[in-house]
Design a binder for this molecule. Structure first.
Ligand SMILES: Nc1ncnc2c1ncn2[C@@H]1O[C@H](COP(=O)(O)OP(=O)(O)O)[C@@H](O)[C@H]1O
Ligand SMILES: [Mg+2]
Length: 235
């Protein structure tokens, strides 16, 4: 397994908000994290990246990363596309992509990967000299994904990439992420409230309820379960 969480817990101050999250992501695999608002999805990603302090076990590539600082976790090859996108508004699209590659020294590889991002997200090509803050919501989400890819990660953490986007835009963002997955082999942990979009990308998923993982299984199995259909698939 590339990433393994075993009984992970995390708190904000005295308030424990995740309380036993277990999941694993195989090398090159993609796993969804479903759950209602407030279930602890974002906090789970923050526990992995070291932004919040966690209990339990978090292993990446066989070694414990629990307690590491965010920069150390990033250096191991874990890139995070946070909720709300987190692009740098005062920098241009090209500068954002370069910032994503800040730990890399392979100049030719960086140039090649910038070209690849612009092929994957052609809208960004037209906006390459624009400040990120001038982009539409969909373009900012594309830039956030592209920027994370520029780090050449082994694992991408995606937090609600569809949030606030028109349905057609969300679909096209997920289409590009699907292609990125197929062509790069980067493993993905995909937080989504829109289960249909998540299921279009992932092989399996975990359901969180009030800070615990309560159910997991292959996408095809979850799709057919009544409780999943009612809660996350609109019927
Ligand atoms: N910075 C914070 N300080 C205190 N409580 C927080 C903070 N962020 C989130 N929470 C609380 O933690 C719980 C889980 O939140 P979160 O992980 O953001 O859920 P999700 O991403 O599934 O919507 C919620 O009850 C939320 O109100
Ligand atoms: Mg969230």
């Amino acid at each position: 397994m590339l990433l393994e969480l075993e009984n992970v817990t995390a708190s904000y101050g005295p308030v424990q908000v995740i309380d036993g999250v277990s999941l694993s992501v195989p090398d090159g695999g993609a796993v969804g994290v479903l759950g209602a608002n407030g279930a602890g999805k974002t906090t789970t990603l923050r526990a992995i990246t070291g932004v919040v302090r966690a209990g339990g076990e978090i292993r990446f590539d066989g070694r414990s990363i629990r307690g590491m600082r965010p920069d150390q976790v990033a250096a191991l090859g874990i890139a995070h596309v946070p909720e709300g996108r987190g692009t740098l508004g005062d920098l241009t699209v090209r500068e954002n992509l370069r910032v994503g590659a800040y730990l890399r020294r392979d100049r030719a590889g960086i140039a090649r990967d910038i070209d690849y991002c612009l092929e994957l997200f052609p809208q960004l090509q037209d906006r390459i000299r624009s400040n990120a803050s001038a982009l539409s919501g969909g373009e900012q989400q594309m830039l956030a994904v592209a920027r994370a890819f520029m780090a050449k990660p082994r694992l991408l953490l995606l937090d609600e990439a569809s949030l606030g986007l028109a349905p057609g835009t969300a679909k096209s963002v997920y289409g590009a992420i699907r292609r990125l997955r197929a062509e790069s082999g980067i493993a993905m942990l995909v937080v989504e409230q829109n289960a249909n979009l998540a299921f279009s990308l992932v092989d399996e998923a975990v359901v969180l309820e009030t800070g615990r993982s309560v159910l997991s299984g292959p996408t095809e199995e979850l799709r057919t379960m009544d409780e999943i259909r009612r809660a996350y698939l609109g019927g």
